[in-house]
Ligand binder design. Sequence first.
Ligand SMILES: Nc1nc2c(c(=O)[nH]1)N[C@H]1C(S)=C(S)[C@@H](COP(=O)(O)OP(=O)(O)OC[C@H]3O[C@@H](n4cnc5c(N)ncnc54)[C@H](O)[C@@H]3O)O[C@H]1N2
Ligand code: MOO
Length: 397
Amino acid sequence: MNDHHWEAARLAAHELGVSIAGTPETVSLHQVSGRFLAADLETRYPLPHCATSAMDGYAVNGPGPWQLLKPLATNPGAGDEQDIAVGEAAAVVTGSLIPQGATSILRVEHSSLEGNVLSTWRDLPCGADIRPAGIEAAEGETLAVAGTLLRAGVIAAAAVSGHDELLVAATPRVHLVFTGDEVITSGRPAPGQVRDGFSPVLPQVVAALGGGECTTTRIGDTLAATIAALDSPAARAAQIIVTTGGTGFSDRDFVRAAARELDGEEVISSIAMRPGHPSMVSRLPGNRLLVALPGNPLAALMALVTVLDPMLRGACGRELEQVHTAVSATDFPALPGRTRLVPARWIASTNELDTLAPAEHVAPAMLRGLAAADAILVVGPEGTSKGAHVSYLGLPW
Ligand SMILES: Nc1nc2c(c(=O)[nH]1)N[C@H]1C(S)=C(S)[C@@H](COP(=O)(O)OP(=O)(O)OC[C@H]3O[C@@H](n4cnc5c(N)ncnc54)[C@H](O)[C@@H]3O)O[C@H]1N2
Ligand code: MOO
């Protein structure tokens, strides 16, 4: 078996994702939540596009007291703003256009009105509470770059900067195949059975990473069932097929053999990582990618972080996530030929960088450590020592 280095596996998976990226599509702002921008988001006009009042009160010209020309404000946009000369004022509300001649806005709570003479006991600097046109952004200024996840803040900014629809990355179609005769989906497992840790989370994780809604199927451990699952109409309609389990070399593991039977080209045979070593990526006919995650639950999720996240990023026009740097709370001895991925927690420290401590219960078949984790330590084969820098990735879900 020819191991891919961990970094090389990530890069290869990202490139494979790029190779299956679909044509970006234009989608209504009301439907873009959770999608990824396919082009930089630029303002269509200056923000704000006209000078407006930031407060309810009075537009005034020069120092007070002022003659109030217009005691009642009209709605912003009514188009009946009145020019004011030095010593004059006109009522405004928040968002009103600034009348010609106004030098500042006097807040209503800082004003007193006797007859039509308006005054204030406060200092009123020139420009106070006037929102000048373009103060937030010029026309054509970039608010978010291609690859940004469209969430509330960006979508709202797109709306107020003049967009009705956005160009978003195409959603790669993903088909999930859960293998294992012993895997049950509810209740208490009998001896030899296990509860399925993948089907309750993989669809959501795939969707969050840009894969949209998945199709899923569950199969037992036979070669025929595995071939049929990789060649079913749903699997043939998908661009990425993800299997769980069956990556090993026992007479009960069929994913590699099934991929070969279907003329798959094994691009990644295994990854020099722990856990997750038997992960496999194959290119199936029809420009479809097979990501085979191991059955051990932590191994599968660390393989997902290593391969599926980069692949979906590539397919959605996003960059590979760069690893970050923290301080290691513990020694990790060298482990020649293996990169370790270890669920970890932030701990209080006085270091210049934040400190990550490995979680407990992080063997390949355990999920307890991941359940408590804030991040994933990435420890190279050379290991690291307490207090030294160490790489980490955020949790992608
Ligand atoms: N002789 C060797 N045995 C194993 C090796 C090895 O190098 N030599 N590698 C080990 C490693 S590392 C891993 S990882 C696993 C890979 O196993 P498979 O991908 O073939 O997966 P299975 O054999 O089908 O299952 C392994 C394990 O995971 C449990 N499982 C499967 N599906 C689920 C699920 N949906 N939810 C929870 N748990 C699941 C399954 O019951 C098994 O216990 O092989 C090692 N063996
Ligand atoms: O590497 Mo396996 O992937 O330890 O469970």
